[in-house]
Design a binder for this molecule. Structure first.
Ligand code: TMP
Length: 243
């Protein structure tokens, strides 16, 4: 991702704050999103938590196609376009309206995941990724992106442990999703690519050590986000997008 800076055209979206959480597999993003949302609600903020791929009914329909691997045989270009289609729907149906109402929107993965998974490890050329990103986000660029950094081996170990505890009947193989199944080397490349994005855009991106204790990570995340909060609490329903 070095020297692959994507030009971002940001539009002003109401009085809200748009925060995205990014990183490799098993980095603990979901737990930290919940902790951040709780902390902000305690401070009287209106918070919407959401995720990608998905977050709106249309995007959730595409999520299954992508994560089951059903689109894999049609190639990474096709997958990238599907991620972008899902993102566009999510932005226009859920994220932009919430920001316009003044909410803090916290999204589990967003455009940086496409830059890394489809762009860097999918080997898609930058102008193609850039064009899809421009159309999909349509000016809705995160105000703040927290990158959860973790050795890929540790992240994958966590994913496998979690999946076996939650899903696999005794003695059976755990079913990982299409991206979790890839080689360790690919996951390490993604870690590097996320760090490169952070280095190229230090104003937007903040790296946290995802191997630390959950409470320490939560404190670090809050210390990054709190100073960015707009003055007033914002309106609209305090809610979670369709998941
Ligand atoms: P998750 O819900 O476990 O994070 O799974 C989402 C998977 O989809 C994860 O492996 C990363 C992948 N992904 C992409 O490849 N590109 C994208 O743009 C997004 C949002 C996710």
């Amino acid at each position: 991702m070095r020297d692959r800076g994507i030009r971002e055209t940001r539009v002003s979206v109401g009085n809200g704050l748009f925060v995205t959480f990014e990183g490799g597999e098993g980095a603990g993003k979901s737990t930290q999103i919940r902790l951040l949302a709780d902390a902000l609600r305690e401070r009287g903020r209106t918070v919407l938590t959401t995720r990608e791929p998905g977050g709106s009914p249309g995007a959730e329909a595409v999520r299954h196609v992508l994560l089951s691997g059903a689109a894999q045989e049609f190639g990474v270009r096709m997958e990238a376009i599907l991620f972008a289609a899902a993102r566009s729907d999510h932005v226009e149906e859920i994220i932009r309206p919430a920001l316009l109402k003044g909410a803090v929107v916290i999204c589990d993965r967003f455009m940086d995941s496409s830059r890394v998974y489809q762009g860097v490890t999918g080997n898609l050329e930058l102008p193609f990724i850039e064009a899809l990103e421009r159309v999909a986000v349509n000016g809705v660029i995160p105000d703040c992106t927290i990158i959860f950094d973790l050795p890929a081996s540790l992240g994958l170990e966590r994913v496998r442990r979690r999946a076996s505890a939650a899903e696999a009947p005794a003695g059976q193989e755990v079913e990982l999703d299409r991206f979790e199944k890839e080689e360790l080397e690919t996951h390490e490349k993604r870690r590097e690519a996320f760090l490169d994005i952070a280095a190229a855009d230090p104003k937007r991106c903040h790296v946290v050590d995802a191997s630390a204790a959950a409470s320490d990570i939560a404190a670090a995340v809050l210390a990054i986000v709190e100073p960015l909060l707009p003055r007033s609490g914002g309106g609209g329903p305090d809610t979670e997008a369709a998941q």
